[in-house]
Design a binder for this molecule. Structure first.
Ligand SMILES: [Zn+2]
Length: 482
């Protein structure tokens, strides 16, 4: 469309307004944002050059600090490493990403291809490709765009009409202007531009209740006349989370070759949304959840035992109430201290249930419960919850490569075991070869010598078996895992 006419119309409107009235705060904010954006576009390679930047291929190395996801509940955090590949082509609507690495008792190698009808989610360890039914370039490429100043500048160029100047701030001893950017998806971003160099040095986004994510762009260099940062850091609530070194950066390189599905991958059913659901897997035993977060509920004589502390426990309790209306949740069992496995503490505290955890995790759990009067019960090695008829056995199978202490829940009569983060079960398709955490889990189960039919987990509605666990251990051994 006729952007120049539109912009100049807007500009003359501002001029007319500024003759008639005092510069209001919103007007000042928009004017100042435009000034800062113009200078930043120039510093990052110029508006023309950035407009012509159509494709980008980048290879990076990451060191990641597992904040709230380490073996121990507090710092110093464990370190993981990964390599990542990203390629984007705006004109053709292509995006390819692949991440491989290790950390937290896991090894991973996966990615996505966004290429219209030929879009895939890939797991190279499992050797599978699942079609993506509703590919969304903006959502999938968002994480890459957010860590790449040249692409953020393109966003700012295209969406400057919704940007505001927030104010000035000192960052690393230098004065900066802060301008907002609202992308197609995701929360608003705050961009810090150095007042002297006009380069983007820092960005922030706020994700309640999770906290603040801070991006730092360092070691700028010029490639084909555009400014690229050789290194990047990500901080979570002020703690180091990622240190990234961008090793290869290719401007306007062809991307199409990477968007082809590699040979030898098994095509598995499409990835569909993980809808909230309840399965009664045995009489009075419910596996409830959705969106990758599940909990197990066990009906006892006069109460309910809830197991698993992932986000959304309140909704799961509500769903279970439709089946067990008249019994209170008396115990809320947390599997381990990781940040995605303790939010349930607040919901269990609100129910007046005792939160079952380890003494070592008390600070993390009290913080997640958010209530000074939350009742905690500590497991020392094992705990048995019984009503005389039905029993839930809790075992600490730690230390594992994933967590120092880890609770699994076992129902001896029903031969059901609930675990978290040690036996990943994709909703569809073959199970990937065992990662180190899975090997430790299999060993611990063998030692406990439990009579076992079904294994369910905190991240999947799939019901696994001991035979499947054995198969993934064997396939890891065949692949030469330790
Ligand atoms: Zn975990």
């Amino acid at each position: 469309m006729n952007r120049i006419i539109m912009l100049s119309a807007v500009a003359s409107l501002f001029m007319a307004a500024s003759l008639q009235a005092e510069e209001t705060l919103p007007l000042k904010s928009v004017n100042k944002a435009n000034e800062v954006i113009d200078a930043a576009l120039e510093a990052h390679g110029g508006a023309d050059n950035l407009a012509k930047l159509n494709s980008l291929v980048q290879e990076s190395r990451f060191v990641n600090y597992a904040n709230g996801q380490s073996r121990k509940p507090g710092p110093p955090w464990d370190k993981g490493e990964q390599e990542s590949f990203n390629a984007i082509d705006f004109e053709k609507g292509l995006f390819v990403t692949r991440n491989a690495g290790f950390g937290g008792g896991y090894e991973f190698d996966g990615g996505s291809i966004i290429n219209g009808e030929e879009s895939w989610q890939l797991d190279y360890r499992a050797g599978t490709a699942a079609p993506i039914a509703e590919p969304d370039l903006n959502t999938t490429s968002g994480p890459f765009v957010r860590v790449t100043p040249a692409l953020l500048m393109k966003q700012l160029q295209a969406r400057r009409q919704v940007s505001h100047w927030l104010g000035e701030a000192e960052f690393q001893g230098r004065p900066h202007d802060i301008v907002t950017l609202v992308m197609e998806v995701g929360p608003g971003l705050s961009l810090y531009f150095d007042q002297e160099t006009h380069l983007l040095t820092r960005m922030e986004r706020v994700l309640p209740p999770f906290g603040q994510v801070e991006y730092r762009f360092e070691d700028y260099t010029q490639i084909d006349g555009i400014a690229f940062n050789r290194s990047f850091r990500l901080l979570l609530n002020g703690d180091d989370n990622l240190e990234v070194s961008n090793e290869t950066i290719r401007v306007n390189a062809p991307v199409a070759e990477y968007a082809q599905l590699g040979a030898g991958l098994e095509i598995i059913p499409a990835v569909v949304p993980d809808e909230f659901n309840l399965q009664e897997i045995d009489e009075g035993v419910f596996l409830v959840g959705g969106t990758g977060a599940y909990g197990l509920f066990v009906e006892m004589k006069d109460h309910v035992v809830a197991i698993g502390g992932t986000q959304g426990a309140a909704a799961r309790i509500e769903e279970v109430r439709k089946h067990i209306a008249d019994k209170p949740v008396r115990f809320g069992v947390l599997t381990h201290h990781h940040s995605d496995h303790v939010p349930g503490a607040a919901d269990y505290a609100a129910e007046g249930a005792a939160i079952v955890t380890f003494k070592e995790n008390e600070a993390v759990v009290r913080n997640a419960a958010g209530k000074a009067e939350a009742r905690l019960e500590f497991v020392d090695n094992r705990m048995s919850l019984s009503d005389g008829k039905r029993t839930v056995e809790l075992y600490d199978i730690g230390p594992t490569p994933h967590a120092e202490h880890l609770l699994v829940a076992y129902l001896p009569k029903e031969k059901i075991l609930f675990e978290a983060d040690h036996f990943p079960q994709p909703r569809t398709g073959p199970l990937p070869p065992a990662v180190p955490a899975t090997l430790a889990f299999a060993e611990a189960l063998a030692e406990l010598d439990l009579d076992l039919d079904r294994i369910v987990g905190a991240h999947s509605p799939r019901i696994g078996s001991l035979a499947e666990l054995k198969a993934v251990v064997d396939s890891a051994a065949a692949a030469g895992a330790p």
